[in-house]
Write a protein that binds this ligand. Structure first.
Ligand code: CAA
Length: 707
């Protein structure tokens, strides 16, 4: 590349080199997130060479255009051969640069982007920048020197905290840690960088590359790695990459830099080759893919939601109101009695204060959020709301009455949403004169924590209303997934079948603890029965009672779970359910009384228990879910397998390293699953084992489900 003059810029899109005074400026401009794909890597290599050759440049500046610095390697290239220069090669060239290089970090500086900055001689962050190494979330470790350079800057213990959590830190914290050399409060990245270059020139010194520093390594506590390994073995036994991360950071402390880099490379390759990497990257893209709803034209205008309303100040309604307040949206919380309202507001305040107690919120933020939640007793208070979510008792008549009332008080164009988890959204919409403005917004409990939001599109819901709900989901930090109307929508419909099977396995001879152990062994954070205890046995019991009363042919016959509910054993909230709980503890403890109850239930039904193997538990619990998921696709209730994957990942704790229910099913083998479903239909029977035609068809054709 020729040496440019002051006014010329040599375009090497997506990377440019130009000179400002005696500073050579390398600019990366690769929207949306300046990912380090092949074009950027080769552009950076060329621009660096140009800068080093430029006799009029005393030092170099690395800046990015757009909303952030580089967000890391281009994840879409993973799994394919990496064209040179690879990221580690590029990083090594910056490390070996014969002129000082200053990196200016703004917005997100993540993964390989931060690793490149670590190989620069000086790092400057703009206020508001977020710096992190999130590779662990993708089943990887920082593979471009990050595990070797970060400990040299911030110490091994802090480096492990940052790399194992994958969470970014802000500019001020980065400065306090020694991760950056200065924080700039004003100006563009270029302006901030030029100021830093001026300071460096004035100091007239040549900063050492990070790879040459060892001072912070010397302070490493000998017990550090032993402790972290023990903690990981306890907390994350399933995951590959966190354990490799500890090995890599240990290598930074025990080996010379070049050997540490070689060790990092080998460990990185282990992670890259692991199926967990593929699963986690599928989960990353699934979260983004679901935002693009098939059939909803990109650019469909969304309505502005400036004010929200929630009807019902119970646990769910209060949680939903908090979701709006957390996103800065004023919300009117309505209930019919002062007592219910007071209780709801008090619960919200307690929850916020608990967050403040844990240091997650300041007291000022608690005050701000509480001020955004306006309690109300009259529906008229909802007249200005742009969107109202109803979260009242799960009864069609009650909800229809609420919607009639909302229709009469809410302004034209206001969106009316139901949080129902089972009822027919179309029947609710029919109670209004604006069915095009009605849809389901199915939040999951606890609403402030669970990221899933099923956006239920009714027969008449308009495109604008759907687009508004999807945009709102993102704004309040949820993963919105558009689904169609059916009993239980997508998530709970699949859960119901797993529940049936879990009960059938116990009936056959398994214990609830065995079922839960197999599911947690698979990677679910909670087993089926522990989750039932958490959600409350009474919830399912009431739904089953309703179904039995309504004569639903698929209604489950009364069983030992119903007996528990009749005895007031609702789960965690009553200190006993399927398991027992010590006061104040959430740890499920086996209960001999339950074993006796189950034994009595079996003998009442004339069932002689048999030993049930763990493999049978696993296959039946999971294959029944896949079969139901395939039926959901067949019926068009979910548009794509990725929608079902995202629903189970974000609403039900499906292990993210397995990618999602249907991503996992492909790897398990659709042929194997289809054959098992047919066998279970023959041997066990029941509607849950009626095979999905789509599953059988895809298995027979050897093609992925949904294609
Ligand atoms: N590679 C490729 N595409 C990426 C990407 C990446 N690293 N990061 C984001 N994108 C894409 C997204 O898929 C999305 O694409 P679509 O618009 O087509 O859906 C687009 O960029 C915008 O992303 P978001 O919707 O997530 O935008 P946001 O503003 O909400 O968040 C972000 C921006 C914080 C950077 C977020 O995208 C993010 O966290 N990205 C991942 C960062 C990451 O994990 N980096 C590490 C990569 S691994 C690595 O670098 C390891 C190594 O050593 C080799």
């Amino acid at each position: 590349m020729p040496s440019p003059s002051q006014s010329e810029a040599v375009p090497a899109a997506p990377v440019h080199y130009a000179r400002r005074g005696r500073v050579g400026v390398i600019t990366v401009d690769n929207p949306p997130v300046n990912a380090l794909g092949h074009g950027v890597r080769s552009g950076l290599a060329a621009a660096l060479a140009a800068g080093l050759d430029d006799a009029d440049a005393d030092m170099l500046l690395l800046v990015c255009a757009g909303r952030g610095f580089m967000a890391g390697a281009d994840i879409r290239e993973f799994g394919k051969p990496s064209a040179p220069p690879t990221l580690p090669e590029l990083v090594a060239r910056f490390d070996a640069a014969t002129k000082p290089v200053i990196a200016v970090l703004h917005g997100s500086a993540l993964g390989g982007g931060l690793e490149l900055a670590l190989a620069c001689h000086v790092r400057v962050a703009l206020t508001g920048a977020r710096l992190g190494l999130p590779e662990v979330k993708l089943g990887l470790l920082p593979g471009a020197g990050g595990t070797q350079r970060l400990p040299r800057l911030v110490g091994a213990a802090k480096a492990l905290d940052l790399i194992l959590s994958g969470e970014p830190v802000g500019a001020e914290e980065a400065l306090a840690l020694g991760l950056v050399d200065a924080v700039e409060e004003r100006g563009s990245p270029l302006e901030a960088g030029l100021r830093a270059a001026g300071r460096l020139a004035a100091e007239n010194r040549s900063p050492l590359p990070v790879s040459a520093r060892t001072d912070r390594l010397a302070e490493t506590d000998a017990a550090l790695f032993i402790e972290r390994r023990a903690e990981l073995a306890r907390r994350l036994p399933h995951l590959v990459s966190p354990h490799r991360i500890v090995d890599a950071v240990e290598a930074a402390v025990t080996l010379p830099f070049a050997n540490g880099i070689a060790r990092e490379r080998a460990l990185f390759q282990d992670c890259m080759d692991s199926p967990q990497r593929a699963g986690l990257i599928h989960a990353f893209f699934a979260e983004r893919e679901v935002a693009k709803v098939p059939g909803l034209p990109a650019g469909t205008p969304a309505r502005d939601i400036r004010e929200a309303g929630v009807v019902g100040a119970g646990t769910m309604g209060g949680g939903i109101a908090m979701c709006f307040a957390n996103a800065g949206i004023p919300v009117t919380l309505l209930d019919l009695s002062q007592e219910a309202l007071d209780r709801g507001i008090a619960t919200i305040r307690t929850a916020y204060e608990a967050s403040a107690g844990k240091g997650r919120l300041t007291l000022a933020q608690v005050g701000e959020r509480m001020a955004l939640i306006r309690p109300a007793l009259s529906h008229d208070s909802l007249a200005d709301a742009d969107l109202v979510v109803e979260a009242v008792f799960e009864s069609l008549e009650v909800k229809q009455a609420v919607f009639r009332k909302l229709d009469s008080v809410c302004k034209p164009g206001a969106i009316l949403a139901t949080n129902s988890s089972t009822l027919d959204v179309d029947a609710i919409a029919a109670a209004t004169g604006r069915p095009q403005d009605v849809l389901g917004l199915h939040f999951f409990s606890p609403a402030t924590i669970m990221r899933l939001l099923e956006v239920v599109r009714g027969a008449q819901t308009s495109d604008t209303v759907l687009a508004t709900a999807m945009a709102l989901a993102r704004r309040i930090g949820k993963v919105g997934v558009a689904v169609g109307v059916c009993d239980g929508f997508v998530g709970n419909r699949i859960l119901r079948q797993r529940g049936r099977e879990a009960m059938a396995l116990v009936e056959a001879g398994a214990s609830p603890e065995q079922v839960d152990r197999v599911l947690t062994g698979f990677g679910f954070p909670l087993g089926h029965f522990a989750m039932t205890d958490l959600a409350g046995i009474d919830v399912g019991w009431r739904i089953r009672e309703e179904r039995r009363k309504a004569g639903d042919p698929e209604a489950e016959a009364p069983d030992w779970l119903d007996v528990l509910a009749e005895r007031g054993r609702y789960g965690q909230k009553t200190g006993a359910g399927v398991y027992r709980y010590e006061p104040g503890s959430r740890k499920p403890l086996p209960d001999p009384e339950l074993a006796a109850l189950i034994a009595a239930d079996r003998s009442r039904r004339g069932i002689a228990p048999r030993p049930v193997g763990d493999d049978e538990v696993r296959d039946r619990c999971l294959y029944v879910m896949v079969n139901e998921a395939a039926k959901i696709l067949e019926e068009g209730i979910a548009a794509r397998p990725v929608d079902i994957d995202a629903i189970w990942l974000h609403g039900y704790g499906f292990p993210s390293w397995r990618g999602g229910l249907l991503f996992w099913a492909e790897r398990e083998g659709l042929g194997r699953i289809a054959a098992a479903v047919q066998r279970y239909q023959r041997d066990i029977g029941g509607p849950q084992w009626c095979p999905s035609a789509l599953l059988l068809k895809c298995a027979a054709a050897g093609r992925p489900i949904g294609c």
